[in-house]
Design a protein around this ligand. Sequence first.
Ligand code: HEC
Length: 137
Amino acid sequence: MRRRHLVALLLTALALGLLGAGCLDGEEQSATPETVQGTLPTSTGLTEQLPAMKLTGDATAGKQVFETAGCKGCHTLADAGATGTVGPNLDDAKPDKDLVITRVTKGMGAMPPFAGQLTDQQIADVAAYVVQATGGS
Ligand code: HEC
């Protein structure tokens, strides 16, 4: 009799244990790579080719653009003495050239597009400057 109780207890414990494990398995399955749809983004997630990407930027001219186009009001960039906090701190973000060109050309969120305001050359220049000033690539 006592033995039977023990077996029943063990079986119950086992069943509960399996149930618990079952729940965990379910959660894990929803996070497996097989369930992720679409393509993986590249390092910056940028695929669109913009005119300024074909030009060679001049970092010296780009510093002038950075200081006069309004970038300083929104971004922190030590080299330009900029302390804006509306957008990301560029010293920390270290954006690559194509990301700067894409954001400056097209804008994003609170950042306005500069496409009609700056020439493609000026956009290439400011990108070269930001990359040089932040030590990015
Ligand atoms: C009105 C404020 C404002 C101005 C002016 C502005 N930006 Fe921005 N910028 C932002 C905001 C906000 C973001 C973040 C956009 C997002 O990711 O949603 C941003 C994003 C960026 C990024 C991408 C940073 C990253 O790591 O994601 C770069 C590079 C950048 N700006 C450069 C510039 C340059 C160069 C200028 C001047 C030509 C400029 N910005 C002018 C607000 C501004």
